[in-house]
Ligand binder design. Structure first.
Ligand code: ADP
Ligand code: ZN
Ligand code: ZN
Length: 666
């Protein structure tokens, strides 16, 4: 028997582990499993993780491990099992999954950072702020979760119903039982307020982990949880990988939010992983939302999630906002704003209140058009228009980052009649500032919040004085703005035309979230919706029955059309210099799958077809969609086929990626 060697998984898009000999004088053995090692790879060195120990496949030219970085495995068995599940379910290389799960410094082989020297508060330091007495519905929700020995819960609570107090109380019970709790929020901007609320209510230190923390902070929080020193962690998507050796509860706030799905590399969904972990660990998983995803609603109907509901706003005087649908057909609009809306905004400001104007397009205008010949500024590298920025002076591609000044004349006909078409947040901001002199108009979008704590800074700029916030999606998410009474959506029409089958669900969620910003404290709120389609059935459903009515109707449509969540999808994407190369790979991948699967048994495919944006950053993009009525059929087919895809000769000319349960089909 030859001596065993070490099998090392590396953070590369390669399916296999690589064999290495241990350093001279050391023996390969099971004590290496799960430890990080530095190894030579090609011309560089990489940090990988030992996943096996066995006789070498080809013992001849074995490379040697340069350095063993851990004496003991970094992850305890449950966290390790989670990585294995992710690799299997998303058909991703284990080394890539491992690298995705670890905070940067640990992934790069850095030493395990020493515990922070700063003053460590002990429970004696703090006296938690008492929670208001919970309403009976809140109590029932806490009791259901705290009294359970595992299982998934969907807390469906209208905005302002006091979901956070339920999380807090459930976490308190968890801590009392000597267990750890993890709370996920969908975006960085929500970590700080959530952490502050939990910290005020709990006697132990609450830790944070998100992409805005320094790498060192993230690594310290990760390890503190792994060692059980930390008891509660609030984080964004990747925090779902935090080791929880004494797990007691996982909470996923705003569970419907698409940011929980990673859109590059290992395309995992943090909510789904939270549910898997909870089941594995036998601890409850609490999903919360005012507008649950259709996936979770389906799980409720199937009996796999238990529904808990908070039907009323918690604050005794808070009322749900009144909704006003404004038919803007034939109306004269100024940067998309009707005279009625401008009037209502002026009145709200005069009463000393705040307002929010929602527009989901950043920049000044989405298109630059020649009024004389119809030319519209394209990106040379993408099948997309350039967006007008900087008050009309610059063109930027939102897909590849290309930038150019606005040309002085039309490149096709020489005309000077170049006009920005449509509205972005910059243009709405300018129009509001002109129409509402003397009041701050604060823009919140990716361009104005790119700095550290950008969102908090913009909100602080507004303060509590009368003023208007104008911005994108970021504004719709759970920020508590007590002085805000009027929320307006400049146009919801784009949400009605979209070809994405999730458009109705997204629009309903968005409108309810925007409405939720208005009238949170004692003052009544109002939601204004500008549209050219006031009679659209989705709007009628929302207005009559709220989100539950819309969701029920959409769920029935999905079932009738056999769309997710009633079918299971995987999207194989390929990018290449030439479209023919991308399609050749996808066709070969399909044929390989078909040969293995015999072409039947409940799996079907569509494609190869061009992606919705067929060219981006100069690369041709195509896709192949795989569908099955049952998850295990899709999974079995992928498990059989994916390893072979790496070896296809056609794969050499493309970048390809597999997206299991895709939520964005572009
Ligand atoms: P949600 O997250 O469901 O939108 P929040 O948790 O932010 O709602 O609660 C909305 C407001 O209601 C907060 O100001 C909170 O302090 C208050 N609140 C929550 N529960 C109660 C309660 N039981 N009694 C009084 N006020 C409450
Ligand atoms: Zn022209
Ligand atoms: Zn581009």
């Amino acid at each position: 028997m030859p001596p065993p060697v070490l099998q090392v998984a590396l953070p590369r898009p390669l399916p296999q582990a690589f064999d290495y000999a241990p350093p001279a004088g050391q023996a390969a053995g099971p004590d290496w499993l799960g430890c990080r090692v530095r190894v030579p790879f090609g011309r560089s060195t990489l940090v990988g993780v030992v996943v096996g120990c066995a006789p070498a496949a080809s013992p001849a030219a074995l490379k040697v491990v340069l350095e063993r970085l851990d004496a003991r495995p970094l992850l305890h068995p449950e966290a390790w099992d989670l990585l294995g599940f992710v690799a299997r379910y998303y058909h991703a290389p284990f080394g890539e999954v491992w690298a995705t799960a670890l905070p940067g410094p640990l992934r790069e082989g850095g030493p395990v950072p020493a515990a922070r020297q700063a003053r460590r508060r002990t429970p004696a330091d703090r006296s938690p702020i008492p929670t208001p007495p919970l309403h009976p519905e809140q109590q029932a929700a806490v009791a259901a979760v705290a009294g359970s020995s595992g299982g998934g819960f969907l807390l469906e609570g209208v905005t302002g119903s006091g979901k956070t107090e339920v999380y807090l109380e459930a976490i308190r019970h968890t801590l009392e039982r000597g267990r750890q709790a993890l709370l996920l929020v969908p975006e960085i901007g929500l970590v700080a307020p959530t952490l502050a609320r939990l910290q005020a209510g709990l006697a132990v230190e609450v830790h944070a982990a998100h992409s805005g923390c320094s790498d060192g902070q993230r690594a310290r929080a990760f390890l503190a949880m792994a060692e059980g020193r930390a008891r509660v962690l609030v984080g964004t998507r990747s925090a779902v990988f935090t080791p929880l050796p004494e797990a007691g509860l996982i909470v996923v706030d705003e569970e419907h939010d698409p940011s929980y799905k990673q859109q590059e590399g290992v395309r995992y969904h943090a909510r789904d992983l939270a549910l898997w972990r909870g089941q594995r660990l036998g601890v409850p998983v609490l999903l919360g939302s005012a507008t649950p995803s259709l996936e979770s609603l389906r799980q409720v109907l199937a009996g796999r999630l238990q529904r808990l509901s908070l039907p009323r706003r918690a604050h005794p005087e808070a009322r749900p906002p009144g909704v006003r649908v404004l038919d803007v057909r034939k109306r004269r609009l100024e940067a998309g704003l009707s005279p009625e809306l401008l009037q209502a905004l002026a009145e709200a400001l005069a009463r000393g209140e705040q307002a929010l104007v929602f527009r989901n397009r950043r920049g000044y205008a989405p298109v630059l058009l020649c009024h004389d010949c119809g030319w519209s500024a394209p990106c040379r590298r993408c099948d997309a228009h350039l967006t007008v920025h900087a008050g009309g002076r610059r063109l930027i591609c939102h897909h590849c980052g290309f930038r150019a000044p606005v040309p002085p004349a039309c490149p096709d006909c020489g005309s000077l009649a170049l006009q920005p078409q449509g509205q972005g947040t910059e243009r709405v901001e300018a129009a509001l500032a002109a129409a509402l002199p003397g009041h701050p108009v604060i823009r919140v979008d990716r361009d104005t919040t790119a700095v550290k704590d950008g969102l908090a800074k913009r909100l602080a700029e507004l303060g509590t004085a009368p003023g208007v916030l104008v911005g994108t999606q970021m504004l719709a998410k759970g920020h508590d703005l007590p002085g805000l009474t009027l929320a307006a959506v400049v146009s919801l029409d784009e949400g009605l035309y979209s070809v994405d089958f999730r458009a109705g669900e997204r629009l309903g969620q968005l409108l309810v979230q925007v409405a939720g910003r208005a009238g949170r404290a004692g003052r009544p709120g109002e939601l204004w919706l500008q549209t050219h389609h006031p009679d659209h059935p989705w709007l009628a459903l929302l207005l009559e029955g709220g989100y539950p009515a819309l969701a029920a109707a959409l769920l029935a449509e999905r079932e009738a059309a056999a769309l997710p969540p009633f079918a299971h999808w995987a999207l194989l994407r390929a990018e290449a210099k030439e479209v023919g190369e991308a399609e050749a790979f996808l066709a070969a991948a399909r044929d390989h799958l078909r040969a293995l699967d015999g072409g039947g048994r409940g799996l079907d495919w569509a494609g190869p077809v061009p992606a919705p944006m067929p060219r981006r950053a100069g690369r041709a993009r195509s896709q192949l969609l795989l569908r099955a009525g049952e998850r295990r059929v899709l999974q079995a087919a992928l498990a059989a086929a994916v390893p072979g895809w790496y070896a296809l000769p056609e794969a050499r000319r493309v970048h390809w990626s597999l997206d299991v349960d895709p939520i964005d089909l572009s």
